[in-house]
Design a protein around this ligand. Structure first.
Ligand SMILES: Nc1nc2c(ncn2[C@@H]2O[C@H](COP(=O)(O)OP(=O)(O)OP(=O)(O)O)[C@@H](O)[C@H]2O)c(=O)[nH]1
Length: 428
């Protein structure tokens, strides 16, 4: 019986977000990079522990009086949790947009056209963004494109044989059998009825794929009180820690102050790895020792996030399989802890999926989605696979948006996903 982590009644609405997305990480912002400002630590100024921190970590989150947690709580040091203010970056950090006035919810509005999840978006396509997207799908394109070129050779009339060959090509790109069948059913009817040329068939294919991507609602659980809480979940090694670090930097370049929460207390290296990312991206990090309670780290992160005026808290969780009941219950506890401190949190639960696992990853994703209240997919390692067609299968079968794509191992190798850019890169 899957454990329900999310019983959101939110009615998704369709934002304009992914119609046009400005380059997430432009060459310009990297060049004009300045080291992040050091955030003065608030720990030393705070009072002695007098609340739930004195309880064992396993008990404290459950026993906190909700009303005591409504307003910013001073950050109180405790043995288990370490606070690290943003260190001086050793590598150039993309320039952070200046603080802007907060809106009625205490949230900083986006200072550029970058957004995800429907905050806003009216942006012209950017050469850098398109270049990165094209590079990322290169392997998929060369496989799919070469196959399509053969099938859709100029002058060929579209007949049953053409359509069968096209179906085989789509399957090799990991679009998946049921999604491919549906696409082909539509294409078959249309192409034969309209006596389409091969050029027209390619256009029809693009339209079918776009319709699938556009049919998915974007995440809409917008926070009414800062910070916005984003939890990164998924199986081992998919790129959760890396993506958390990249996202912190990306948000920073768009005027949103992030704080990293090292809640992967299972793997010591994950905490160290996240610290390196915090340093690179010039953001604060809150961590607990290996084996500590991830909810304790989360509690402290949200407390610190509120006290320090963070816009976003990005929570890196340990890799887990959906069928490990104890670990899934741990995620559930984290969700309850977050809700006690920030209304509506976690606002986003991103399932980090490794694109190279193709259809195998789909099965993981399906089960994870049922039990973890996932609101969006981050598809990592898109740069290292010819299985980019998985994006289509995710949209159709999971009904979840791909919100970001990981396209390499560097800080700037993350792109807000854009269906037009993706399809143009893939099919020309
Ligand atoms: N090429 C490429 N490599 C990536 C990308 N994202 C992550 N990686 C690499 O994938 C490996 C695993 O990434 P991690 O961030 O440690 O994965 P994780 O999900 O946190 O791992 P666990 O904590 O063990 O579950 C690392 O070597 C990353 O550099 C990506 O978009 N492209």
């Amino acid at each position: 019986m899957p454990i329900s982590l999310f019983n959101s009644d939110d009615k998704p609405r369709k934002p304009s977000f992914f119609e046009r997305v400005r380059s997430a990480v432009t060459g310009e912002s990297t060049e004009s990079a300045t080291p992040a400002q050091e955030v003065p630590p608030v720990l030393e100024e705070t009072a002695a522990p007098q609340n739930a921190f004195e309880l064992p970590a396993s008990e404290f989150a459950e026993t906190l009086p909700a009303e005591a947690l409504v307003d910013p709580v001073p950050v109180i040091p405790n043995e288990a949790v370490e606070y690290t203010s943003a260190p001086k970056a050793t590598t150039p950090v993309p320039a952070r947009v200046a603080d802007t006035q907060r809106n009625e919810f205490g949230l900083k509005p986006m200072t550029s056209t970058f957004s995800f999840g429907g905050y806003a978006s009216e942006a012209e396509e950017d050469a850098s963004f398109m270049g990165k997207m094209r590079d990322a799908v290169e392997r998929t394109r060369s496989q799919l494109g070469a196959g399509l070129d053969n099938v859709l050779a100029l002058g060929r009339t579209v007949d049953e044989e053409t359509l069968d060959e096209l179906e085989a090509v789509l399957l090799t790109a990991d679009i998946g059998s049921s999604t491919t069948s549906e696409i082909m059913r539509n294409l078959r009817q249309r192409a034969l009825r309209e006596k389409a040329t091969t050029d027209e068939l390619k256009q029809m294919l693009k339209e079918e794929l776009r319709a699938i991507l556009d049919s998915v609602e974007q995440p809409t659980n917008h926070p009414t009180q800062a910070p916005e809480v984003i939890m990164m979940v998924g199986v081992n090694g998919t790129g959760k820690t890396t993506t958390s670090g990249k996202l912190a930097a990306l948000y920073g370049t768009h005027g949103r102050k992030a704080l990293l929460c090292a809640a992967d207390t299972f793997r010591a290296a994950a905490i160290e790895q996240l610290e390196v990312w915090a340093q690179r991206s010039g953001v604060d990090i809150i961590k607990t020792k290996q084996g500590g309670d991830p909810s304790a780290a989360l509690y402290d992160s949200l407390t610190a996030g509120k006290a320090r005026g963070a816009d976003i808290v990005i929570v890196d969780t340990a890799g887990r399989l959906h069928n490990k009941a104890g670990l899934m219950a741990e995620l559930d506890k984290m969700r309850r802890t977050a809700q006690k401190l920030v209304p509506g949190a976690p606002h986003q639960v991103f399932l980090v999926l490794d694109a190279t696992t193709g259809q195998n990853g789909m099965q993981q994703a399906r089960l994870f989605t049922e039990s973890a209240g996932v609101t969006g997919i981050v598809l990592t390692k898109l740069d290292g696979t010819a299985k980019g067609g998985i994006v289509i299968a995710i949209a159709r079968e999971l009904k979840l948006p791909v919100v970001f794509a990981g396209v390499g191992e560097k800080m700037e190798d993350i792109l807000p996903f854009n269906s037009d850019a993706f399809l143009d890169s893939l099919l020309g």
